[in-house]
Design a protein around this ligand. Structure first.
Ligand code: NAD
Ligand code: UD1
Length: 321
């Protein structure tokens, strides 16, 4: 089968592409490398086609869509605070770009589009865990764009018969999550702080909770969502069904690394939600989703990955001297 993975040079994208290649599929990646990196695809680079371009350019999207069977649409501006600062740019990529992907997908009659939606659609709805039947109430521009992406997918299903599934990921973490931007995911930031013995920054009191989900679980959901029968138009939570506070994450990292780091507490971020936890019974029932990697295992594996990556970079720098 031929898969188009938009955002395939990014964190979740490159992990998904690895698995698709491992299973023998043909893969086209469309990525403008604004957040992702070509080196994320290094191991399988000769086996895939990488098109460097933006989903905001419909002609580029049409080219990438050529003969695609399935589309896994991950390309996006992914940061909540960045969307608060620049809602127009987030809207342009996440909504206009998604519309281009859907138009090109229906024109070549792909079998299905799987869309990277987000738990941020739930916003501040107080009930935990979050169930797909709850009315979304996004509180950030980013959350709005992700919810609109779901609605557009469903509308394309009704108007043009385009099969679509939206996966509301809950805080995915793991190898290749970029720690270098001020907008990077918190676990990438915390792992790097423990590696470099710098102070982890906590926005707020650190008692906010997230259903941190190891990336292999999300990859499993992406692939299941492409092929599961009778799920078009549906939305599924992709998490673990647990939740942990940032303060407890820091304690867990302390245990993994044998270090104790004093966190620096700063004011909470605009657009931040307080608590997040997935009810995953729908994904289990309809997709056969089974998140096998626990938070603790995933965190150990992630920390080891940052450690080995840092060691490689240091060895490389030494050999170039
Ligand atoms: P990421 O930044 O690593 O991946 C996004 C990729 O999209 C990057 O490679 C980037 O270069 C690419 N991209 C951005 N704008 C583009 C454009 N205009 N055209 C083409 N490519 C473009 O982030 P990620 O964490 O891997 O997120 C992947 C998807 O999952 C996103 O849609 C994000 O909103 C969604 N998501 C992520 C999480 C999470 O916790 N990481 C949770 C919920 C939803
Ligand atoms: C994350 C994803 C978003 C996704 C959402 C869904 C990223 C960058 N964001 O948003 O794409 O849709 O999950 O679940 O991947 N924090 C700190 N210190 C830091 C960084 C963050 O305390 O250095 C705090 C934040 O204020 C927030 C929590 O950690 O309370 C999580 O932040 P972050 O990793 O940016 O994720 P979300 O905003 O939940």
């Amino acid at each position: 089968m031929r898969y188009l993975v938009t955002g395939g040079a990014g964190f979740i994208g490159s992990n998904t592409v690895d698995e698709l290649v491992r299973r023998g599929h043909s893969v086209v990646v469309l990525d403008d490398l604004s957040g992702g990196k070509e080196e994320n695809l290094a191991e399988i680079r000769s086996k895939i086609t990488l098109i460097k371009g933006s989903i905001t350019d419909i002609e580029v999207v049409r080219k990438a869509m050529h003969e695609a069977d399935y589309v896994i649409h991950l390309a996006a501006r992914t940061s909540v605070p960045r969307s608060v600062k620049d809602p127009i740019e987030t809207n342009r990529v996440n909504i206009d770009g998604t519309l281009n992907v859907l138009i090109a997908a229906k024109d070549v009659k792909v079998k299905r589009v799987v869309f990277a939606a987000s738990s941020s659609a739930y916003g501040e709805t107080p009930t935990l865990p979050k169930v797909e039947s709850m009315q979304p109430q996004p509180i950030s521009p980013y959350g709005v764009t992700k919810y609109v992406g779901e609605l557009y997918g469903q509308a394309f299903g009704r108007c043009y018969g385009l099969e679509n599934v939206s996966l509301r990921y809950f805080n995915i973490f793991g190898p290749r999550q970029d720690p270098s931007s001020p907008y990077s995911g918190v676990l990438a930031k915390f792992c790097t702080a423990f590696l470099e013995d710098t102070q982890p920054v906590v926005f707020g009191d650190g008692e906010q909770t997230r259903d941190f989900t190891f990336v292999e679980n999300a990859v499993q959901a992406n692939l299941l969502a492409c092929e599961a029968p009778n799920v078009s138009g549906k939305v599924f939570n992709v998490g673990t069904s647990g939740r942990i506070s940032l303060n407890d994450v820091l304690l867990t990292l302390g245990k993994i690394t044998g270090k104790t780091l004093e966190a620096k507490y700063e004011p909470p971020r605009d657009g931040d939600i307080r608590d997040s936890q997935a009810d995953i019974s729908q994904a289990k029932e309809f997709l056969g989703y089974d998140p096998r990697i626990t938070f603790e295992d995933g965190l150990s594996r992630t920390f080891e990955w940052y450690q080995s990556t840092q060691a490689k970079v240091q060895a490389q720098a030494k050999s170039e001297k």
